[in-house]
Ligand binder design. Sequence first.
Ligand code: FES
Ligand SMILES: [Fe+2]
Length: 440
Amino acid sequence: MSAGNGFNVDALVEPDRVHRNCYADNEIFEREIRQIFHKAWIYVGHESQVPNTGDYATTMIGRQPVIMVRHQDRSIHVLYNRCPHRGAKLCANRAGNTGGNFTCSYHAWQFKLDGKVRHIPIQSGYDNTRFDLNDPNFHMKPVARMEVYRGFVFASLSPTGSSLVDWLGTAIDGINDMCDRAPEGEVEVVPTCFRMIQKSNWKIFLENQLDAVHPSVTHGSTGLAAQQVAKEMEAETGKPAPLSYHYISAFSMEMEKWGDLDVVGHRNGHCVLQGYMGLRPTDPDTLEYDAIMEKHYGAERAKEILDVNIHHLLVYPCLSIQSPLQQLRAVRPISANETMTEIWHFRLKGAPEPIYRRALDYFYLVNSPSTMINADDLYNFRKIQEGLESEGGDWVSFHRNAGQDRVEGDITTSNIGFSEIPMRNQFEAWSDYMKAEDVV
Ligand code: FES
Ligand SMILES: [Fe+2]
């Protein structure tokens, strides 16, 4: 069915395969920006990035540059990064402190931290014009909607649509999992992120995150090398190799074991990969952490929290979260074949330092731009993009276990980790967004 606007989604997306143009066509990409990134809830940042009055962080929502800023009354505002005078961006840096107001570097108009104009230096010349300080056209524009959930700030450029919590639906468990693992129930960001430009479409990154088949193929050689070094080290010292070796050697796990993970598709394209990769050791640091968790939550609740086995959560279309290791990657599409990802890491408030260091090791060893793991993924992404831009075939196959999913309410599950549910689920949401009328 055509969406009534000449854009035929059904010619591109079938239940078990999608057309290569979804990844390679510039017009489709522009429509994604309008229909998905300018309408859905998009992750802006974490409130701990802006702890003090005047602290700000800049990022992109689709094509729109925005500023997240902390106001004097402690509230957070998300504003378009544009001066209402002649259009200059107000903040050129990725982050900083703007003091009690924003001052434009072009003609020094000043704005309060909620975006309202505070002062313009030359006030003469406006009599008998349509200029009016009370007119919102002369204020910095706020995004249409902004909500914070457990410190995670999301914005939508559309004035209508479901609330953030409703939109997240059952996928909210992944964000809760990240925060609940903190003895104080909150996480805080490690001040800055890696930013990386991938030479591939944004959807290729998201699809890979929950692809349980690829690790033992793509990362197998790296995993085996780490395993071998760990063994040599253990033979030499008589002690177990540091846990960080396990982060990499786990990628050499036999393929069948990856298949034991569960994949879950939630409403709106969100997806979860369940299974913990055996990252809960019983070393003294972990035992100390477990004891602190019990003190804060009681034994029963602490066990419940630590037993949650989410390995990976996708908040479609903007986030990939590994909640047990406090990792978050935000997706900022640039063009059909270029995507920026921000790679963030968080600290569990109230947890001992070694627990933070351990997750930081994972951040550096697995998710940073320079790891052997990530490098192999990036190489794949680029090759996928180049293949999809060729005329060697029109379709991308998502046939594995198609038609065999269990559907219960909003949730589609399979206990076959290799099922391509996550890809089918993301494209179901993609179709809904892309079919909607153009008008915001
Ligand atoms: S463009 Fe900002 S004050 Fe003129
Ligand atoms: Fe990978």
